[in-house]
Write a protein that binds this ligand. Structure first.
Ligand SMILES: CC(C)(COP(=O)(O)OP(=O)(O)OC[C@H]1O[C@@H](n2cnc3c(N)ncnc32)[C@H](O)[C@@H]1OP(=O)(O)O)[C@@H](O)C(=O)NCCC(=O)NCCS
Length: 230
């Protein structure tokens, strides 16, 4: 399998992957009404043109196996992974993971401090495996149908993610409601609070993301189920 940038002639193939991924793979987690709203049948010519234009504008990357497009993903505005779809024929063979790794690498090249995504119920375990944390539970209405999903985020750099963890400690310390039981591991060189304050000073961008993540996760998740950044 290779990954390459999207070309104009990939529009129909990416649409086919999208429809098959939604109708076959995601149908394990969504009702038939939700699937119809997500991937409506019978696109007219203007909807096909809009699809092609959106893929071209979104710096789409396609995964190709034996000359066939089997998956695609993208990075919008340097910081949002918008689409991630893999053909059910090659499901659970690492195509989604390879696409996420490429998108994170592109975000690193673009100096993004955080990458966000709106993950489906189906994709949530994959994003969590790649270090994304849930920051908001969503119920957007698509074509009059409610579609549960999750806003996720992570720092594109593994080192930034470690800094994010350090910085997050300070918010945990400052939040009087924060449970103390699940503190991320300390480096042991400085007392945790001092260490976190230093991390916030040194890496303000990571600290800002940390604060947002922490405040949102502390509202959303019960203390025992909170996911740590990598
Ligand atoms: C979500 C999706 C992109 C995953 O693609 P993929 O190529 O199958 O993912 P990978 O093979 O890289 O999966 C790696 C790991 O992620 C997790 N994972 C992936 N799909 C999963 C699923 N359906 N259920 C549970 N865990 C899953 C597993 O831990 C998996 O490792 P394993 O197979 O060794 O257990 C694909 O299933 C898809 O297109 N789904 C439908 C459309 C969708 O929901 N897109 C996301 C919109 S935001």
């Amino acid at each position: 399998m290779i990954l390459r940038p999207y070309r104009e002639r990939d529009a129909a193939a990416t649409r086919a992957v999208f429809e098959r991924a939604v109708r076959i793979t995601a149908s394990a987690n969504y009702t038939s009404q939700q699937i119809k709203a997500w991937a409506p049948v019978g696109l007219d010519a203007s909807a096909c043109r809009a699809w092609a234009a959106a893929r071209a504008a979104a710096q789409t990357i396609v995964a190709v196996a034996d000359t066939r497009i089997v998956g695609f993903s993208d990075l919008v505005d340097r910081t949002r992974l918008d689409m991630l779809y893999v053909d059910p024929d090659v499901s659970r063979r690492g195509v989604g993971s390879a696409l996420i790794a490429r998108i994170l690498s592109r975000a690193r090249d673009d100096c993004a401090t955080a990458v966000e995504t709106y993950a489906s119920l189906t994709a949530r375990p994959l994003f969590e495996r790649h270090g994304f944390v849930v920051i908001e539970q969503l119920r957007p209405v698509v074509r009059n149908v409610e579609m549960p999903s999750f806003k996720n985020a992570r720092c594109p750099r593994p080192r930034m993610s470690r800094r994010l963890l350090l910085a997050r400690n300070v918010w945990q310390e400052l939040d009087p409601l924060a449970p103390r039981a699940k503190l991320p591991p300390s480096t042991g060189r400085l007392p945790k609070r001092q260490e976190a304050a230093r991390a916030c000073e040194m890496w303000p961008a990571a600290a800002a993301t940390a604060q947002r993540l922490w405040l949102m996760t502390s509202k959303l998740c019960p203390s025992g189920s909170r996911t740590n950044a990598p």
